[in-house]
Design a protein around this ligand. Sequence first.
Ligand SMILES: Nc1ncnc2c1ncn2[C@@H]1O[C@H](COP(=O)(O)OP(=O)(O)OP(=O)(O)O)[C@@H](O)[C@H]1O
Ligand SMILES: [Mg+2]
Length: 383
Amino acid sequence: MGRKGAVVAGHICLDIIPRIPGGNVQARLTPGTLIEIGPALLSTGGLVSNTGCSLHTLGIDTRLMGKVGDDPFGRIILDLIRAQDAALTQNMIVVPGEVSSYTIVLSPPDADRSFLHCPGANHTFGADDLDCATLRDARLFHFGYPPVMERMYLDDGAELETMFRCAREAGVITSLDMVMPDPQGPSGRVDWRSILQRTLPHVDIFLPSLDELLVLLRREMPVSPQAADALLSEMAAQMLEWGAGIVVLKLGARGLYLRIGERGIAALPDAGWRERELWAPCFVPEPLVGTTGAGDATIAGFLAGVLRGQSVEAALTSAVAVGACNVEAADALSGVRSWDATQARVAAGWARQAVTVGVPGWAWDAGHALWIGPHDAFLRKRV
Ligand SMILES: Nc1ncnc2c1ncn2[C@@H]1O[C@H](COP(=O)(O)OP(=O)(O)OP(=O)(O)O)[C@@H](O)[C@H]1O
Ligand SMILES: [Mg+2]
């Protein structure tokens, strides 16, 4: 029997989002006060739910491997996922005695959001939680958010490396997403340079956002878009040197950058998947509603393209298309459409946002509606 689908593992939590009628509730929340609020919306958060359920919507046979406790919040998390499809929860890890992770989201209509977050079982997720038999039946393993999973960054990332080594040995394509570490917290104090150096040799596809990568490596934030653009090739080259096969950097509303080295990855032997440097502008959302989970959805679009055998140009386009669908809804999931509906939107000439690359050496490929970078083998052949 052939391998099928994806396993998505890592951070998962329950988001509790009370409806707040108005006024800066955080400022009024002083000791001894009571503030009346509306009913709470409950939804799952974290990449296991966001990227995992988006992959499912895109028609990929997906199994989720998040870790929850045997407690009421854990049961709500499982119920919410089961409501999408019971098969998604088959490999969820339920540990008696552990606490399920939850976030209380204070999101007043007229002020910035604040979060009260309990990491719970995400902090105890380790390589031994991974179900290797399930991995051996899958084509792809995607893991995310080690900066908010304590065991993954303590001990200089030994657990993260072990887990990716195991996944690699199971013969799957391996993929890693990051999240912003808390600069004041323990994850902001560990040496991410050394953690990435030991982990990336086992990672086929590495997809952090540029901002996350700069914070993790303690680099100064660029002062302008041009300065940020100038960092892309350099940061990607570093990640390739440390061992990643494909580097995808999320750039928010400026789109998505991709770089592949000479080796590429074993699962994609085609010449189109080697020595590439591309940049996809965003599609224009109709309209822009909210960016919750945009990065996670964009990753799902890219991975779905890979699993469906698309070319690198098409997979990158699928990524930004799913990302733009995501921002058309307030939550992390309901904007994402089926694979066919997404591809049909692209084929129908969905407008893209104009983006100019602030560094020389890039050429616009009108056929694919992508920028081609100076490290791209195909561009070099053309000129
Ligand atoms: N305004 C927008 N219009 C269209 N697409 C967008 C917009 N903002 C973000 N996107 C899409 O979402 C992708 C990811 O955004 P971003 O770089 O913010 O990721 P992230 O930092 O991982 O976000 P998240 O907090 O969702 O994990 C972008 O590469 C783009 O494709
Ligand atoms: Mg993200």
